[in-house]
Design a protein around this ligand. Structure first.
Ligand SMILES: Cc1cc2nc3c(=O)[nH]c(=O)nc-3n(C[C@H](O)[C@H](O)[C@H](O)COP(=O)(O)OP(=O)(O)OC[C@H]3O[C@@H](n4cnc5c(N)ncnc54)[C@H](O)[C@@H]3O)c2cc1C
Length: 566
């Protein structure tokens, strides 16, 4: 029996992303306000006092595992901190112009009118990693404890399935599972309130939703994969403050996808491509789709003479309103991307993640006021969401992603109809509405790979990069002498059924060359090799595997990509 240290906290936030950082800061502010009003007799109730608040983060520092585009809608940060700019929030550039390009193979057709959801003038181009680092400093100034290098590896429950905190991952275990000299067992952080803000496909949130049935009556969450590079380009190639979104090439019409190019200060360009992880063709490789996007003459022209600086890939929870889990259970709340708060039509989730965190904070104040941490009080988070601008923004686009599951053309008609009907328009929707991405992948027999899809991508390490080179630019590091954090539950399926039926799509959907089928002379067949140390923590494998036999769990603290400044 392992002896573990137990630390008693009042509130534990899992993940230092925009959702939880905003939540923790707002909580501090709201408690101070509440106590002041009670003290002055302006409000009935009890004084809450100073709470012990902790944020645990798996990355080596806050921001290390944060990857976004990003154009930030400042609506939430302005509510959190009206003087965020005066306080030094490190936004990069204000958006000065917007464009929407429809891409054919050789042309980029500039839409005469930018669709309203993609208008960004007045918003900010940011490095979300920098913003989170800065918000973490603000949290620490406010007395909130931040523990980087502390992955939460499991949720702790009492005998009635009430959440009572989290356990952090053990350190110093070798790849055979034996303790090394530096072994340190994980700590149990016991808390009256636990908040999961782990981002897209949170590993604890996934477990919690399954165990407590929080997705009952909801549609399955559907994800996309965003693959991004930061480039330095010659002056004049792309203006600072310019925002371009694209549709079309290289996605086929059955596949949800689109690109972005954002002009930042000092001739830095953020460029990336999003591929829906509900594609049908098992030969699709989202990393190669992005590389192909860059070969388009209009895009290649922008990057001409430039240098790729950094790489990253992360999933995006794009399905929205219908796929939000129940946001509460006894002792716990789920916020941000883990709970489908992103607006899939705008591919924006920073502001909704922050706002969901602020509403969680207000719910937690009520829980402490009444000393009641059960669902009876915590259920009010849903009411708060419904009464906030989150509902006004997400409800009208509730059918957006599902309509793309019928193909691009019907989706475009449907999106137009949704725009005028406030989100209705069912005519072209798939019968089942949102369908989990892995269920949509079709077998190889329907999609023979004739090798032409990526034939023009040269991976020349100048314009286009192979996965291994890109992973190097993600600064990924994991101690190799630890158990793999990618649990493949039945590798026999990989060598047999999956090889035959889907051609082992993990080799393609993983954007970090983690999965390889390698010939084993002893068994005379190809078998799965998992290069877990390449993993960029995007969670694609956990989501897209057609047999759902890959489980992403947290590796030893501090391991993973380094997205500083991304
Ligand atoms: C490629 C890409 C482009 C995007 N572009 C935009 C854009 O232009 N505008 C916009 O508004 N939104 C954009 N988004 C979406 C936006 O980034 C997210 O909606 C937002 O970051 C969600 O915030 P979050 O706090 O919920 O999660 P995240 O930002 O994902 O943060 C979660 C944090 O929790 C940590 N964590 C996870 N699990 C654990 C654990 N078990 N223990 C400890 N720590 C853990 C992670 O390391 C991470 O630091 C984009 C997303 C991607 C991937």
């Amino acid at each position: 029996m392992i002896e573990r240290e137990q630390l008693e906290m009042d509130v534990v936030f899992v993940g230092a992303g925009p959702a939880n950082l905003a939540a923790a800061l707002h909580l501090k502010k709201k408690i101070a306000e509440h106590d002041e009003f009670v003290e002055k007799g302006m409000k009935p109730g009890r004084i809450i006092g100073d709470l012990e608040i902790a944020i645990v983060e798996k990355g080596p520092f806050v921001g290390a595992h944060i990857l976004s585009g990003a154009v930030m809608d400042p609506i939430a940060i302005r509510e959190l901190m009206p003087d965020f700019l005066e306080q030094g929030c490190p936004v990069d550039s204000a958006v000065t112009s917007d464009a929407f390009w429809y891409m054919t193979e050789s042309r980029a057709i500039n839409a005469p009118i930018v669709p309203p959801p993609l208008k960004n003038k007045g918003k900010y181009i940011v490095s979300l990693s920098k913003i989170c680092e800065w918000l973490a400093e603000k949290c620490e100034e406010a007395g909130i404890n931040i523990f980087p290098e502390f992955p939460a590896s499991e949720v702790l429950y009492d005998e009635h399935d009430r959440v009572i905190g989290i356990r952090t991952g053990d350190k110093g275990i070798d790849k055979e599972g034996r303790s090394k000299g530096n072994y340190e067992p994980g700590v149990d952080l016991l808390a009256k309130m636990t908040v999961l803000g782990e981002g897209s496909r949170g590993s604890l949130a996934k477990h919690l939703m399954q165990r407590l049935g929080l997705m009952e009556g909801k549609e399955p969450q559907v994800f996309s994969l965003g693959v991004k590079e930061l480039w330095e380009v010659p002056a004049g190639n792309f203006d600072e403050g310019k925002v371009v979104h694209t549709l079309g090439f290289p996605s086929d019409t059955d596949t949800y996808g689109g690109g972005w190019i954002y002009g930042m200060k000092n001739n830095i360009v953020s460029i990336g491509y999003v591929t829906g992880l509900d594609y049908k063709d098992p030969n699709i490789d989202p990393h190669a789709e992005f590389q192909k996007f860059k070969t388009h003459p209009k895009i290649a022209e922008i990057l001409q003479g430039g240098k790729m600086l950094k790489y990253g890939a992360k999933t995006i929870n794009t399905s929205g309103f219908w796929t939000m889990p129940r946001l509460y259970s006894d002792g716990v709340l789920i916020i941000g991307d883990s709970a489908s708060f992103l607006n899939g039509q705008r591919i924006k989730g920073i502001h909704t993640a922050m706002k969901s965190g602020m509403l969680a904070a207000e719910t937690i104040v009520s829980a402490f006021e009444h000393q009641d941490f059960t669902s009876a009080v915590l259920k009010h988070i849903e009411e708060k969401v419904h009464l906030s601008w989150i509902y006004d923004e997400l409800h009208p686009v509730r059918n957006f992603h599902a309509s793309f599951q019928s193909g691009r053309w019907s989706a475009l008609i449907n999106t137009g109809l949704q725009f005028v009907t406030g989100g209705l328009a069912w005519g072209f929707m798939p019968k089942e509405h949102h369908v989990a991405g892995y269920e949509r992948m079709e077998k190889l027999e329907s999609y023979q790979n004739d090798g032409t899809r990526y034939e023009n991508v040269k991976f020349d390490k100048s314009l286009t990069f192979d996965k291994v080179t890109d992973v190097f630019h993600a600064g990924v590091a994991h101690d190799e002498d630890q158990p793999s954090h990618l649990h493949v539950l039945d590798t026999e399926i990989c060598a047999t059924r999956c090889a035959e039926e889907y051609g082992n799509p993990c080799q393609r959907f993983c954007p970090a060359a983690v999965y390889e089928m390698e010939f084993n002379p002893k068994t005379d067949r190809k078998e799965l090799k998992v290069n877990f140390s390449n993993c960029v923590h995007c969670k694609t494998c956990d989501i897209a595997d057609p047999y759902q036999i890959i489980n992403w769990v947290t590796p030893e603290g501090g391991g993973g990509p380094n997205y500083k400044g991304m």
